[in-house]
Ligand binder design. Sequence first.
Ligand SMILES: Nc1ncnc2c1ncn2[C@@H]1O[C@H](COP(=O)(O)OP(=O)(O)OP(=O)(O)O)[C@@H](O)[C@H]1O
Length: 294
Amino acid sequence: MLELDGISRSFDGRRVLDGISFNVEPGRLTGFVGSNGAGKTTTMRIVLGILAPDAGTVIWKGRPADHEARRQFGYMPEERGLYPKMNSLDQLVFLARLHGLDAAGARRKAVGLLEQLGLGERMKDKLESLSLGNQQRVQVAAALIHDPVLLVLDEPFSGLDPVTVDTMTTILRTTAAGGVPVLFSSHQLDLVERICDDLVIIAGGGVVARGTVAELRNERAGARYRLVLGDDAGWLRDLDGIEVLDVDGPRALVELPDVSHDQRLLTAAVQRGPVHEFSRVVPALADIYREVSK
Ligand SMILES: Nc1ncnc2c1ncn2[C@@H]1O[C@H](COP(=O)(O)OP(=O)(O)OP(=O)(O)O)[C@@H](O)[C@H]1O
């Protein structure tokens, strides 16, 4: 539904984005990952129309995104940008009115969102008096105040404790479940791996990997297997065509010529005795990230 097609952008003659293309599908959480300075914020700003690309197109529902389409996008910028001295309710009412709601409608919407985000009791407190996690919730509320058709968030999880991470995750999931494409950047790979449906990794100005987390992990999994047997696994060294990488008592790590040999290995192990664990070693997202970002 959101499509980035060949987006390029330079600053002071230095090319930061060089033909970035990927899609963000409705109803899915897409994680956007890349090292510091890889160009995530620049990409998001281009999606929102805050920055213009030197080349390429942002396409929304099959057409180049124009001002009208972008008015309906929701954005939580890296620099946040709400007023610290104003209370949450007033800020949200103000934003809702900018989006065309009347006074009563704006208030209803703002109160509803704040209550949904667990801030009902604090809505009259100045933003600066709230904890970082609660401030972040207000920032998300600001991005959601006009029921956006697309939600883009720059590092929404940064600085949050595990409980607030869960609240933020629920907010993003609920938004996605309503059919909204959600794109968020993060440096917390374990978190990205856990919550996102699709993943885009950028490095060196381009997209170096994209797909579902499972696809990316399975594509890069070799034919390496971990076994935990009933007793010493040293006998695996005598099996033809199997490279034993490590044996530690009943535990072993082996490499097969390819995955089609796995049943032969399993059968041999079962014939010898109990098999407590037999699993293909699949790389973690952090390993994939390291590999593709080199
Ligand atoms: N307005 C600007 N003028 C000059 N250079 C810029 C500008 N905006 C971004 N850059 C440069 O472009 C590169 C990409 O920056 P960007 O903020 O998009 O990266 P990022 O992936 O979001 O990084 P981080 O993870 O650290 O937030 C950086 O080298 C940055 O210094």
